[in-house]
Design a protein around this ligand. Structure first.
Ligand code: HEM
Ligand SMILES: *[C@@H]1O[C@H](CO)[C@@H](O)[C@H](O)[C@H]1NC(C)=O
Ligand SMILES: *[C@@H]1O[C@H](CO)[C@@H](O)[C@H](O)[C@H]1NC(C)=O
Ligand SMILES: *[C@@H]1O[C@H](CO)[C@@H](O)[C@H](O)[C@H]1NC(C)=O
Ligand SMILES: *[C@@H]1O[C@H](CO)[C@@H](O)[C@H](O)[C@H]1NC(C)=O
Length: 480
């Protein structure tokens, strides 16, 4: 017994000596945490925002933490973000994405060329093709709303707003991007959503590798079921895939990806295209319903629209500001890059820090600029007109340290790897809110209800999700 203990102690000592890392001159403050190897992983995973706030108070706007064997340098000064966003030579977007692809989706694409995939995405989600997507999405929005919220229903119907928004927008997004409209099998669609929800609920744990064994089973079976539902043969049977899906699958085939991996890639795309829109629409609509003055302002603007809200000539500054404000409060992605070669990072305040090859760098715009009280007064508060000037034009002037900011909110990321689907996502949310507010009476079940809190385990994974839901009731609006 005593020998085992001694051996263990020696092994641990040796481990520490070999793995010892200390801060060298010019490197950001290093905080390894007390637990060997794991470092701060547990606190990080439980509530990343709280943890990073604590580190910021301790170390300032840049520091390096250890988490599960990795060293992550966190940068929280928005004036210095361009140093990370615009350096694609030393800092790489794809290697971390690849790690997540494998952990969450069990997807390996050895001959994958990200530039080609990006070209396919850009071609279909921006420019001329957006027109077709806009109209296909609008059509499905009306269809799905009719099916889920029938016009002939007389009485109020109750539902959670998050549940309602996520499921409705998922179905619309699925029909628009993955197709299958002619043999539109509603029970199929509902079961895809059910499995997707289970999978989404476990996603952060899959990414961190912290699934408990019973959760592992659930995750595996949901993934398996989704693969079956998304299998190319099955999709092809429908009216066929949409232009985007068609192009994407052709690219995969050209890269020599077999059918099974193609299906896994489709699940990745399903999550990438559907994971943020529903939750974002929930937050915006929830803030409107809990802030009557905001709801009135948005409704007034919508009622004045003669054309459809998706017409490119229609401007909607009030809606845009109300949306930007909802995203400021609830979009919390990490912008993560892998350090491919040692890099000197020049902070806006003149300090210089060395980033080590093999580490990761991470921006967390949620803390700053988005919730930074120096930039946004009373940052916890929803103010629908925060991004409007007094004359009703778009407000773009925000300051920190006396200097005007380039980045005062970053829900979509920025630079070359910023969100390709931004415009499509905005159209979708606009159309959703327009359809709900013009075709239905929609109100809180409890007029005094407050917005639910956020589920702290999702910080870092894009749009936040609520803990619990906001109960609403709706009925079709009486036609005059
Ligand atoms: C409210 C909805 C959405 C939000 C808040 C959002 C947010 C983001 C963010 C923050 C990034 C950057 C990640 C990084 O720099 O590390 C990103 C990237 C991306 N988004 Fe979105 N997104 C949304 C909806 C969509 C939709 C609907 C699509 C597709 C139809 C889409 C496609 C993409 C793609 C392809 C990238 C990667 C770009 C690249 O590879 O360089 N997103 N998104
Ligand atoms: C969630 O929404 C769906 C569709 O709107 C509905 O059938 C279901 O009952 C809702 N579930 C909860 C828990 O509110
Ligand atoms: C629709 O999908 C369900 C579940 O996948 C299946 O059981 C049913 O047979 C399908 N119905 C039609 C008409 O294809
Ligand atoms: C919070 O999110 C995690 C991961 O998505 C999930 O397992 C957990 O059930 C959620 N908690 C609540 C209260 O919704
Ligand atoms: C699609 O809809 C959005 C509205 O959010 C609009 O800004 C855009 O111009 C539309 N695109 C096309 C090509 O019609």
């Amino acid at each position: 017994m005593i020998w085992t203990v001694l051996l263990l102690v020696h092994a641990l000592l040796l481990y520490f000596i070999l793995r010892h890392r200390s801060r060298s001159r010019n490197e950001p403050p290093l905080d390894k945490g007390l637990i060997p190897w794991l470092g701060h992983a547990l606190e990080f995973g439980k509530d990343a925002s709280k943890f990073l706030e604590r580190m910021k108070r301790k170390h300032g706007d840049i520091f390096t933490v250890r988490a599960a064997g990795r060293y992550v340098t966190v940068l929280l000064d928005p004036h210095s973000y361009d140093q990370v966003i615009h350096d694609q030579d030393c800092l790489d977007f794809h290697s971390y994405a690849k790690v997540l692809m494998e952990r969450i989706f069990q997807l390996r694409l050895p001959n994958h060329e990200p530039a080609k995939e990006k070209a396919v995405m850009t071609q279909h989600f921006l420019g001329m093709n957006l027109c077709g997507l806009n109209s296909s999405m609008s059509r499905h929005m009306l269809e799905v709303a009719k099916a889920e919220m029938p016009q002939n229903q007389k009485d109020w119907k109750e539902d959670g707003l998050f549940n309602l928004s996520y499921s409705l927008l998922f179905k619309v997004g699925y029909l628009t991007l993955f197709g299958g409209e002619q043999n539109n099998n509603c029970s199929d669609l509902a079961s895809i959503y059910e499995e997707y929800k289970k999978f989404d609920g476990l996603l952060t744990k899959m990414a961190r590798g912290t699934l408990k064994s019973y959760e592992k089973k659930t995750a595996q079976s949901a993934r398996q079921r989704l693969w079956e539902l998304l299998a190319p043969a099955r999709l092809a049977k429908g009216s066929g895939s949409t232009p985007w899906l068609h192009a994407y699958r052709r690219l995969l085939r050209e890269e020599g990806v077999d059918n099974e991996m193609q299906t896994r890639a489709l699940l990745l795309q399903l999550w990438a295209t559907q994971g943020n829109v529903g939750p974002a629409a929930f937050w915006m609509l929830g803030y409107l319903l809990t802030h009557p003055e905001a709801l009135t302002a948005v409704k007034t603007e919508m009622e004045a629209l003669q054309l459809s809200p998706l017409d490119s000539s229609v401007v909607t500054p009030v809606f845009d500001s109300a949306l930007d404000e909802a995203l400021r409060l609830t979009a919390a992605p990490f912008i993560t890059r892998e350090v491919l070669q040692d890099k000197v990072l020049h902070m806006a305040d003149g300090q210089q820090y060395l980033l080590r090859k093999g580490d990761r760098v991470c921006l967390f715009p949620f803390i700053s600029p988005q919730m930074d009280p120096e930039i946004h007064q009373e940052p916890q508060k929803y103010m629908f007109n925060r991004f409007l000037n007094e004359d009703g034009s778009v407000k773009k002037d925000f300051y920190k340290g006396g200097r005007r900011l380039k980045y005062y909110s970053m829900p979509w990321g920025a630079g070359a790897n910023g969100c390709v689907g931004k415009q499509f996502a905005i159209s979708t949310m606009k159309q959703y809110i327009y359809v709900l507010l013009t075709n239905y009476d929609l109100e809180l079940c409890d007029p005094c209800a407050l917005m639910p809190g956020v589920n702290a385990s999702r910080y870092g994974f894009g749009m936040l999700q609520p803990e619990g839901d906001l109960l609403v009731r709706y009925r079709p609006r009486q036609k005059l």
